[in-house]
Design a protein around this ligand. Sequence first.
Ligand code: PLP
Length: 211
Amino acid sequence: MAEEAIEAVAQVMRYPVTLEYTLNDAARGHRDRILADLLYELTGAEDACIVNNNAAAVLLMLATIAAGRQVIVSRGELVEIGGAFRLPEVMKQAACQLVEVGTTNRTYLQDYQRAINEETGLLMKVHNSNYSILGFTAEVEGHQFAQLGAKYNIATAIDLGSGALIDMSQYGLPAEPMPQQYLAQGIDLVSISGDKLLGGPQAGIILGKIG
Ligand SMILES: *Cc1c(COP(=O)(O)O)cnc(C)c1O
């Protein structure tokens, strides 16, 4: 990690910290606010929530927005990540009903649209972090997805997994989707890991809006 980050950690370990105070008004503050302001600078997200890991971030997003309701996901995006993260099982734990749409290789906007009903709680996309679907493929762009959610007044979420904050292609590496792009396109919630490409300590970061 960056020397500055290591020094900052040593500093907060040495003395009491003002994690939950706003010193200017001598009042109680909110621990997420400090990081949310930094994440706003990096991603444009109005608000943020930091938790143990991205698996927890996804579980919390689902349980908060769509418990007891339906969540629409493409059949090509029902991922398993090393360890124990399997999207259909996380859905169950969050008490959400998974509604699969499209096919393994091609999912269109109409597939999501046709599945929407009064039980729908969330439209969700999941980044295929550790596999690729090649050949005759189709998936919905972020801005189309956001527009569909806005049209039906249903929240949209993307689990990005790694979530690079910088364009990896400038280093000759494969481009990795960036949370700030999806937020700018109008996606309501984006979740990323703190310890994949970000290279930080283990964490899950939910980026979203105030409201
Ligand atoms: C890595 C990953 C997760 C799990 O993240 P952890 O921080 O390891 O808990 C969830 N979803 C996707 C798409 C991932 O790539």
